[in-house]
Design a protein around this ligand. Structure first.
Ligand code: HEC
Length: 190
């Protein structure tokens, strides 16, 4: 799915959160919810590995290179959130079987705001209740989607301070432990 297309068409959607995800992606196959959970496990493991084994090691421990949002101009490492988005953009080019994004109700990058009613609802729900993932279904331009939203928490002081001080951030009051956004995984249903 194309996130910008959602924005452009502004189609109406119909949300059915309660029973979402009990069906399966391929008839008798693995349930949607489980597929999304598995994808999330892989993408969050990769993000953690990049954050700890590349960024923290080279920037903080060994101090050989900086990490910067303007990594090309600064000859620096991309930020973990940028790496995550670049991966998601590659996936979007390669398949229509699923898509994912790191989104927020208070995005630094406006491209990372919710594009549909279900994305907004999911981000609101995980922000209020970070203990639980959100699962739902919605229809967009005649296509039904399963979507899962996983809370993304400011686990370190660096998350809070960078987001609070960023010129494009709509929030300046983030504290460690707050929900900063969520990973949204979307799977079209037949
Ligand atoms: C050095 C600054 C910096 C740090 C540290 C940082 N972020 Fe971000 N974050 C950004 C920038 C810049 C973006 C926009 C990336 C893009 O272009 O998509 C972003 C994007 C995000 C988004 C998507 C919504 C948005 O704001 O665009 C989430 C959610 C997020 N970060 C969570 C976190 C969490 C959780 C941590 C800590 C584990 C963290 N960030 C650490 C700078 C930072």
């Amino acid at each position: 799915m194309n996130r910008n297309l959602f924005r452009r068409t502004g189609v109406t959607f119909c949300v059915m959160a309660a029973l979402a995800g009990t069906g399966s992606a391929a008839g008798e196959g693995v349930p949607y919810r489980q597929v999304a959970d598995m994808l999330y496990t892989v993408m969050s493991a990769d993000r953690e590995v990049y954050t700890h084994m590349v960024v923290q090691r080279l920037v903080e421990d060994q101090q050989v290179i900086a990490a910067s949002e303007h990594f090309e101009d600064d000859a620096a490492l991309p930020l973990p959130a940028q790496m995550f988005r670049f991966g998601a953009e590659r996936v979007e080019e390669q398949t229509e079987d699923f898509s994912y994004a790191l989104l927020s109700l208070w995005p630094i990058n406006k491209q990372n705001g919710p594009a549909t009613g279900l994305e907004r609802e999911g981000l609101e729900r995980v922000a209020e209740n970070p203990e639980e993932n959100f699962y739902g279904e919605e229809e967009l331009a005649g296509q039904r989607y399963f979507a899962a939203v996983y809370p993304d928490i400011a686990v370190a002081e660096a998350c809070a301070s960078c987001h609070n001080n960023h010129k494009d951030s709509p929030r300046t009051d983030i504290e460690v432990g707050d929900v900063l956004g969520g990973v949204v995984i979307r799977i079209p249903m037949p």
